[in-house]
Design a protein around this ligand. Sequence first.
Ligand SMILES: NC(=O)c1ccc[n+]([C@@H]2O[C@H](COP(=O)([O-])OP(=O)(O)OC[C@H]3O[C@@H](n4cnc5c(N)ncnc54)[C@H](OP(=O)(O)O)[C@@H]3O)[C@@H](O)[C@H]2O)c1
Length: 306
Amino acid sequence: MKGLIVKEKTITYNSDLKKPEPGKGEVLIKVHSASANPYDMESAAGIYDNYFKEYGFDQAVQTGLEFSGIIKTQGNKFNIGERVYGYAHLITGCKTHAEYITLPEEYISAIPTGLSFEEAAALPIGILTSLSIYEDLAPKPSDLNVLIIGASGGVGVYATQLAKQRNHQITALVGKGHVEFLKELGAHKAYEYVEKSLNDLEGNYDLILDFSTRFTLDDCRSLLSASGKFIPALPDDQNGGTSEDQHVAYLMVMHGDTNRLESVETLLTSKSLVPVIEEVYNFNNYNEAFRHLQKSGKRGRIILNW
Ligand SMILES: NC(=O)c1ccc[n+]([C@@H]2O[C@H](COP(=O)([O-])OP(=O)(O)OC[C@H]3O[C@@H](n4cnc5c(N)ncnc54)[C@H](OP(=O)(O)O)[C@@H]3O)[C@@H](O)[C@H]2O)c1
């Protein structure tokens, strides 16, 4: 089978990989589309090697988290031929830059009617991360004052739309050229981050979401309300994300979740929540796709197609 493998910290193509066999509770899926994600560059650079070792990771393909595809073996919930999408485990099991993957059924969901494979593959991480923030970590379910840093990126475009659904007041810091687009997605105020930095903002935010991974709790403290929370996308000691400070909430979405994906099905079919795709590449052009991924100014996700 075909897949992308990491060789000497570089992502390369291989057409001679072993097709995985589903274990108990898993299904075999033929991947149609998968996103190229900042995680993939981090993984290729070796940032997750210690975790891979700790969890006994034994797959050839170690990049690719979200995907869409077709079920190839009968499951308990999903049937052969069904169109599904989802998010693999961050560390263990199959990664999605492969022609075939096996995954636990509870990580995947049926693709809602009206969505293409490419659109479906652009959604899972953004949806699951945003729902984890608003449903598990936010101080209340609606009417929050939210600042989204990196709102035009692969997660931010969904964090903005799902904040709108909850009637949050949204301020978005975005990449060049995306102010009007973020307002269309639901931001009440939007600024290009090169024009307006955190220091130029005034506010009393209940949530500050940092998808740019550039800021720390100390950078944001003066902008938080009395019960406000800073949520860094990659929580660590340096940005304060792993501290016990009452103004921090710890974000970590480890794998897909059928129930959570199903919970937004109506929003997706009614187009109240829309996928955002920067560009679609063939897997053969993965080098070009990853070069594009590292450029500034993108909007939403880059998708790879078999
Ligand atoms: N903890 C978790 O569970 C979890 C879940 C999902 C994702 N993540 C992590 O979240 C991070 C973001 O993911 P993503 O897919 O959204 O990445 P992305 O698509 O690269 O988005 C990052 C955004 O930040 C913007 N940005 C860069 N510098 C900025 C600055 N100084 N001020 C404001 N915005 C700035 C970028 O704009 P330009 O491109 O225009 O420069 C881009 O729009 C990744 O590191 C990912 O691994 C963590």
